[in-house]
Design a protein around this ligand. Structure first.
Ligand SMILES: Nc1nc2c(ncn2[C@@H]2O[C@H](COP(=O)(O)OP(=O)(O)OP(=O)(O)O)[C@@H](O)[C@H]2O)c(=O)[nH]1
Ligand SMILES: [Mg+2]
Length: 453
């Protein structure tokens, strides 16, 4: 199959001082010479200032850099054009590149080629995609540990151990004359258990890895007028939601993302829940509140210390408990005249006294929220975590297969049967790193990448 030469804008879509257009494939260098009319070869990996021609006219004076194969991002001949960042120049250059024989790249196609040319495995490629999307330090660090090969390294270590023990078994299965010493069953079982445990630990990091990558979805719920919108505003630091004296101010959910100490927190303020809605809009608002609560990773249940608890609030509290997710009871309006202690406090595992009016207690609440977004409990000592569902499922698959292998071995099953499970575990891990992933699956994975990458 002949490989095409692809091109795309690698920088953002807006006009800026500089834009970068990338060209990769067997025709890249030929096309570069056509556009620059230069006869001499370009020095590899050094920027050269040259004129790009559009027919007889000059299109731009640009810095051009060549990366001849295989020492390039994709492993193919690559050319990068650093252009003046006008929308016209970049658009016209892409047209000229296509006229000279290139094709527009699909999403993630440069990374896909890098993967196919052995420049990185699938886990590292995913890390690269996540790195570009990372909006805070934690997500950045997480992506970097994948891109850097730390996650792949762990997976490869497990793969190697399994491949070695599989080779031992297969040698025995082939050994019809029984010349080899018998397999050390106990030692083999130990190796599989050990590897299954490693995979289990890695799978456990997904809950936190996912939160770091996607953000901690935090729903602020409670009765009307208890100060939910005030709390949202206090936490985000500006007047995001309308705050008013009357009950039933917030109707639609109000979402705001914030960076708390390098962690992504997605706060959702909701309509207060009460027995009788004033109108259909409030009714719909309350439905949305419940939905936001169901989707949340963490619930902030706000109550107003200056009021008695209503039966409706108690019922809502019970509903929240049924969701089986972490809840912080936020006792608001500590600046006002308290009506005794809120009896919910005894029931709550986590609580915080705050005043959205004067800011008291907010710092402590912030710390509590952060503890749910932070990786301290499950993060591996090396910060290597799984943050992607596909990876998580593959690791779980591999772990399950290995555990089945251990059980079979302990029950004295034949080696062939055990080996089949170990092969299953190996297959799951190889799919994860991309050694045996089907083309259509690869296409789907890379299509989630950004353009020009
Ligand atoms: N004294 C005092 N008043 C507060 C505090 N927090 C909020 N309020 C007041 O309580 C009233 C309701 O605040 P909101 O933030 O709109 O309450 P809400 O829970 O969003 O109300 P709905 O959207 O109607 O459900 C407003 O008058 C706020 O100024 C607080 O900590 N202390
Ligand atoms: Mg409100």
């Amino acid at each position: 199959m002949t490989v095409s030469t692809i091109c795309a804008l690698a920088t953002g879509p807006a006009a800026g001082a500089v834009s970068i257009v990338r060209l990769s494939g067997p025709d890249a260098l030929r096309i570069l010479h056509v556009l620059t009319r230069r006869k001499k070869p370009f020095e590899p990996r050094r920027q050269t200032l040259c004129t790009l021609y559009d027919g007889e006219e000059m299109l731009d004076r640009a810095l051009v850099c060549c990366f001849p194969a295989p020492n390039s991002f994709t492993g193919e001949d690559v050319v990068e054009f650093a252009l003046h960042g006008s929308l016209y120049i970049r658009g016209r250059l892409l047209e000229l590149l296509c006229a000279a024989g290139a094709e527009p790249a699909r999403r993630g196609e440069f990374s896909q080629r890098a993967f196919l040319n052995g420049k990185m495995d699938l886990v590292e490629a995913q890390g690269l995609c996540d790195l570009i999307a990372a909006g805070n330090k934690a997500a950045h660090d997480l992506a970097f540990s994948s891109l850097d090969g730390k996650l792949s390294g762990k997976l490869n270590a497990v793969k190697d151990a399994l491949a070695r023990s599989l080779a031992q078994i297969e040698a025995r299965l082939d050994d019809v004359d029984e010349e080899m010493p018998p397999l050390d069953v106990a030692a083999t079982g130990r190796i599989w258990r050990e590897q299954a445990q490693k995979l289990g630990k890695l799978a456990d990091t997904f809950s936190v890895g996912r939160l770091i990558k996607e953000g901690l979805k935090t729903a602020i719920v409670g009765a009307p007028n208890c100060g939910k919108s005030s709390l949202l505003n206090a936490l985000v630091g500006f007047d995001r939601a309308i705050v008013a004296d009357q009950s039933g101010t917030t109707r639609d959910t109000v979402e705001e993302t914030l960076d708390m100490d390098g962690r992504k927190i997605i706060l959702t303020d909701t309509a207060g829940i009460r027995e009788h809605a004033l109108d259909p809009a409030e009714q719909e608002g309350m439905k949305r509140s419940l939905r936001a609560m169901e989707r949340a990773d963490l619930v902030l249940f706000v109550t107003d210390l200056t009021r008695e608890l209503t039966p409706q609030e108690e019922a809502l509290w019970d509903d929240v408990q049924k969701q089986n997710k972490p809840v912080i009871l936020v006792l608001n309006k500590t600046d006002g005249a308290a009506r005794g202690r809120c009896f919910l406090e005894g029931k709550a595992q986590y609580s915080a006294y705050v005043s959205c009016k004067n800011g008291d207690g907010l710092e402590a609440l912030r710390k509590q929220i952060l503890s749910f977004a932070s990786a301290s409990q499950t993060e591996g000592e090396d910060g290597v975590m799984i943050s992607n569902l596909r990876q998580y499922e593959a690791v779980l698959d591999a772990q399950t297969e290995l555990e089945s292998a251990c059980v079979r071995l302990e029950n004295g099953a034949g080696l062939e049967l055990c080996a089949e499970h170990v092969r299953g575990a190996l297959r799951a891990l190889k799919e994860l790193t991309g050694e045996v992933t089907a083309d259509d699956v690869l296409g789907i994975i890379f299509s989630t990448f950004c353009m020009g990458k």
